[in-house]
Every structure is written in C-alpha cells, then in structure tokens.
Design a protein around this ligand. Structure first.
Ligand SMILES: NC(=O)c1ccc[n+]([C@@H]2O[C@H](COP(=O)([O-])OP(=O)(O)OC[C@H]3O[C@@H](n4cnc5c(N)ncnc54)[C@H](O)[C@@H]3O)[C@@H](O)[C@H]2O)c1
Length: 419
C-alpha cells in the first residue's frame, strides 16, 4: 500500500518535493493556506519556474491534490513543512509560518508519524520551537512520533541538479528519527547524508548560504578597488580558478538577490547575538558590503554617462534582465529593484527588458517590458546588463552600438564596460 505524505507549503520548495514523491509512488496531498495557490494547482496551473503546467497536470493524474483543509493530516504517515521563513521588520527571523504549520500538524499528530521541517531557519528551531508545539498534546518526539530537520537545497533554474541527484542532509531528534527520515528521503533521493542531529542539519544549510554570501561580498569589495587600480577582476578570477584545488570562483555583481543568500545568514547572526551576545562579524560585514552594490552600480552608470557628457537626469537607461538569477522569473529581493529605484529617484528615464518578466513593479509604479530589444539598445543612452539570461544574444546586443555596462562580467565584446 502506498504511504500517505502531506506537504505543507506548495511553493518553490514544496512543489518539487511533491513531484519527486508522487513519481516514487507516495500518495501525496499538498496543504497550503493560500486558496489561490491551491485552486491554481488543482486547475493544473504551475506558479513556480521549475514545474510546467503539464507537469502539474501529470501529478494530478497520478493522484496528487492540493487543499486548504488540514484534516488530510489525520491519516498522514509523513508531514513535511516547506513554508516561508522571511525576515521580520526588525531584520530578525519571522517564524510565523513555521509555527502556524506546526500547530496545524499538532492538531492531527498521531503515533508513528514522521514530521520533517525543511524551511531554512536558525539552529535550534526544530528542537526549541517546533518540538514543544508538537509535544503539547502528550506525544513525545523520538518515542511516539519521529521529528527531523532536512534542509532544502533546491536551486531554481538549475538544469543539472534537482531533487533526486542533490544529496539530502537529514538530522533527527534522536538517531531513530534520523533513520526514519533517511528512509523517507531515500525512497526518492539518490544520496542521503546523516547529520548528528537537528541543530547540525539546520546549521549546515545556513553555513552553505553564509559561505556564498561572504565570498560574494569578498568579490564585491575587490571589484571596487580593482576598478580603481585598473585591474580586470574578471580576468583575475578566470586565472585563479584554474587552480585545481583550494579555490572556488565567486563573482561580483549589482547586489545579492533571491530569498536565501540575502536572508538566511541573518538567521544565524540573530541566533549568535540572541544566545551568545556577540555579533557574527563575517555575516554583518558581508551584508554591509553586498547592500552597497546597487548604489555602487548606479555610481558606475553615472560615471559612464558623465564620460559622454550626460547627466543621469533625463538619460534613457535600459536595464536588461531584472530577476535575481538567470533564466527564471523570480524577482524576490532582486538587486535590480534598488538599482532602478535609485536611478529613477535621480531623474533617469528607466526602461527595462526581461524575457521572463512582462510587468515589473518598482517604487514609482509598474514598468512594462520594452518590445524591440535591439531598437531600444540603440535608443538608450546606456544599456545596463543586470542579468545574463541565456535567451540574450549579447553579440547582437553589443553590435547594436551604444554604451553597454555589464554588471555580471559575462560580456567580452569590444566596447563593453564591466563592473
Ligand atoms: N526557493 C528556494 O530556492 C529555496 C531553496 C532552499 C531553501 N528554501 C527555503 O524553503 C522554505 C520555503 O521557501 P519557498 O521558496 O518554497 O517559499 P514559497 O513562498 O515559494 O512557498 C511557500 C508556500 O507556503 C505557503 N504557506 C505559508 N504559510 C503556510 C502555512 N502556515 N501552512 C501551509 N502553507 C503555508 C504559502 O502560501 C506558499 O504557497 C523557506 O524557508 C526558504 O528559505 C527555499
């Protein structure tokens, strides 16, 4: 008999998990608090980049359903929490969705159930925040039910690494919880890695993101002085990365985006400060440096216009690619937004083009993607490459003429200025 799985939170993380589990024969129900999400999915509509409408239709045909009714948890063998963990207004963690999803499960918690938290969070959440809510009804984690943390490593838009071939870290409340959780993921993930416990699994995820955050900040800081010193940092990185050991390339850019790199390290620095009373200096410094990159990008645009005797005010500035990473439509925390807002605030005439975004909301209202890209490149006083979607033919764009500023360092065409 197939086992019953309920996934709470049907977004970028929950849906790929639904897909992998359905394909393996799990009887999967998705629970979400958003009726729009649930109705859309039940009508065969995908709202995430990595799953097409056809995939959702295929999942529905194999028995998947989405619901806002939590009674589906009553006979679930496994419940996995994939809800958002944003930052609160004060910059600290906002665990409201995790706690609410946990309370939903607690209402239906029964003996033998496995509860897994996948949402990225600070070390200690599973044990200190989730477990007490679940145990309030009298059942004990590790004795009556299994509890574990397993960080999500979804990389939206990555054509090589998906759910199945990305190793899955699991850390249980007890070794038996770890085993149960490893068995669950082992049914559809090629390699499961056992962490010592929930805290180690939670910290592993934040270490991965903090590592990226700090190294990107290192490159962003170098980008500034390499520009001043007349050194081509992109060439430097290309040379350094030929070392076959001990080096991993990271790249500067107009700022960090998405809802992982700019957000998750804060969960760790919050925990260090709250529990230990001192700052996590690397994270705070990286945050400071990365946050200045949109303004630095604007200053470089201004510098390039100035060389052509043009002020920012009144100049037509074409922004190419406004999502936070290539080849997806996700705009969460995209640094293109502060770049556009700052340019508009200085009086620039900002237009944008992105093959994945039709309407883009900036501080002053909605912008509509321009139609004829090459004509717009010719018309603009400066074209700023903020994202290098593979749909772009940069040879054509560079050949169209005009001033081109590449913040991603991908363009090698003559006349292009790189960050
Ligand atoms: N998207 C990624 O690339 C990625 C990668 C690794 C880790 N993560 C982490 O995974 C978690 C989920 O991220 P996401 O990108 O899938 O978020 P998302 O916003 O795409 O989807 C979350 C879904 O959860 C639903 N939801 C909110 N509160 C709920 C509740 N109480 N009960 C049930 N459903 C609820 C929302 O309606 C939404 O549909 C976050 O902690 C995130 O940091 C995301």
């Amino acid at each position: 008999m197939s086992q019953r799985l309920v996934i709470l939170g049907l977004g970028y993380v929950g849906l790929p998990l639904v897909e992998a589990a359905v394909e393996t024969g799990w009887q999967v129900t998705g629970f979400d608090v958003s009726t729009a999400v649930v109705d859309g999915l039940n009508a065969g509509k995908s709202h995430v980049d990595d799953l097409s409408d056809a995939t959702i239709a295929g999942l529905l045909a194999k028995g998947f359903t989405a619901t806002t009714d939590d009674s589906v948890l009553a006979d679930a063998d496994v419940a996995v929490i994939c809800v958002p963990t944003p930052l609160a207004d004060d910059g600290g963690p906002d665990l409201r969705a995790v706690l609410s999803a946990t309370r939903t499960i607690a209402k239906h918690l029964h003996k033998g159930m496995l509860v897994v938290l996948e949402s990225t969070t600070y070390p200690g959440t599973t044990d200190e925040d989730v477990r007490p809510i679940l145990e309030a009804g009298g059942l004990i984690a590790g004795t009556d039910f299994n509890l574990a943390f397993s960080p999500e490593r979804i990389d939206p838009g990555n054509p090589v690494y998906g759910m199945r071939n990305t190793p899955k870290v699991v850390g249980g409340q007890t070794p038996a919880c770890t085993d149960r959780c490893a068995d669950f993921y082992g049914s559809f993930v090629e390699k499961v890695v056992r962490a010592r416990g929930t805290r180690e699994a939670e910290a592993a995820k934040i270490l991965e993101n903090t590592f990226r955050h700090v190294n990107i900040a290192l490159m962003n800081e170098m980008a500034r002085f390499c520009h001043e010193l007349g050194i081509d940092l992109w060439d430097v990185i290309d040379a350094a990365k030929t070392k076959p050991f001990g080096f991993m390339p990271f790249y500067p850019g107009p700022g960090v985006g998405g809802h992982c790199i700019p957000i998750d390290p804060n969960y760790l620095s919050y925990k260090v400060r709250a529990d230990l009373g001192y700052p996590f200096r690397f994270v705070e410094l990286a945050q400071e440096i990365n946050n200045t990159m949109p303004a630095y990008t604007v200053s470089r645009i201004s510098e390039l216009l100035n060389e052509r005797s043009k002020p920012l005010r009144g100049s037509r500035i074409l922004l190419l690619g406004v999502t936070y990473k290539p080849d997806i439509s996700d705009q969460r925390e995209t640094p293109s937004r502060p770049v556009a807002d700052q340019l508009i605030a200085k009086g620039a005439d900002v237009v944008f083009h992105d093959p994945h975004v039709k309407t883009w909301t900036v501080a002053t209202g909605d912008l509509t993607c321009v139609d004829n890209l090459l004509d717009e490149v010719k018309r603009a006083d400066i074209t700023v490459v903020l994202q290098t979607h593979t749909a772009y033919n940069f040879d054509e764009i560079a050949a169209a003429g005009g001033t081109i500023f590449d913040t991603r360092g991908k363009l090698r065409q003559a006349g292009v200025t790189r960050l």
